[in-house]
Design a protein around this ligand. Structure first.
Ligand code: ADP
Length: 271
């Protein structure tokens, strides 16, 4: 492989500084390019599975669908469910693509966090029949944030809690003002399967799933491994620090340290 690095005689300080900067940029570009290639190949791989299933059922339908009512029903519902999974996957890929290109729009405004938390939890409770969902504490605090993505971020954590907690489990949320006066700690917790120490960092990587072999077909959950990378991007955009407490078989707690907005609205920023 050709080496495009620039070398200069050691005496020429400014020039060597320039060369360092250039070499650093080149490295970053190469890493970025590799990541992009990997993203495309992982995404294609993930899309291949539902397409294969859809094609399989289409064959089945065209052969037996007219004569066998059972085949017809199962074929239609399977195709529908695979297509829905595919649609969700595509939405997530598009979100990350926009984020990467800095085209994902955030409309930040001053909002009352407790109202947002209350609303997300109320809706979560409404749609969750298999687990209990409770809001244990909801301290007030004004934050400067984008409503849409903040809700999306909370839903990702909560839906994971439902997915990775056996039926009958407990999902809780707690928002408490920290003594530093500048933050609210939002804790989203479950008493589900938990995440092993060695996976706790990796789950935020794109496409990473702890048990990638389990799919809907064998009674597992279907996942994309993209939810947490989207959630962590949203947190990053809002200056929210994420930490995790989790133990296998015990459950998972996500701790989100959310900065409160100052007294005055932040100056309009054009970035
Ligand atoms: P997925 O679509 O697979 O849920 P995520 O990026 O949201 O993708 O999560 C990545 C992986 O992290 C999941 O596949 C799962 O193994 C693990 N995980 C996430 N949330 C939890 C949780 N609350 N409890 C246990 N495991 C979790």
């Amino acid at each position: 492989k050709m080496d495009r690095r620039i070398t200069v005689p050691p005496a020429r300080d400014e020039l060597s500084e320039l060369a360092d900067t250039f070499n650093h940029m080149l490295e970053r570009l190469e890493i970025g390019f590799k990541q992009q290639q990997r993203f495309v190949s992982d995404a294609s791989h993930e899309l291949r599975t539902p397409v294969t299933v859809i094609l399989g059922y289409s064959d089945l339908l065209s052969r037996w669908g007219r004569s066998d009512k059972e085949v017809l029903d199962e074929g239609i519902s399977s195709i529908r469910s695979e297509a829905e999974d595919m649609q969700q996957l595509i939405e997530k890929l598009l979100f990350l693509a926009r984020a990467d290109q800095k085209r994902q729009v955030l409309h930040k405004e001053r909002i009352e966090l407790s109202e947002l938390v209350e609303d997300v939890m109320r809706k979560m409770k409404l749609v969750t029949k298999t687990h209990s969902v409770d809001l244990l504490q909801n301290d007030e605090g004004v934050i400067y944030a984008d409503q849409v993505t903040m809700r999306q971020m909370m839903r990702i954590f909560l839906e994971n809690s439902v997915k990775y907690t056996p039926q009958g489990g407990h999902i809780t949320a707690r928002a408490r003002r920290l003594p530093d006066g500048g933050h609210i700690m939002l804790e989203l917790a479950d008493d589900g399967i938990g995440i092993a120490k060695e996976d706790q960092q990796r789950v935020f990587e794109r496409f990473y799933r702890v048990d990638a072999s389990r799919t809907k077909a064998d009674g597992g959950v279907s996942g994309t491994g993209l939810g947490l990378s989207i959630a962590s991007w949203i947190c990053e955009q809002h200056g929210i620090e994420i930490s995790m407490e989790s133990a296998l078989g015990k459950g998972t707690k996500m701790l989100l340290k959310i900065p409160l907005a100052g007294e005055k609205p932040p100056a309009e920023r054009k970035d």
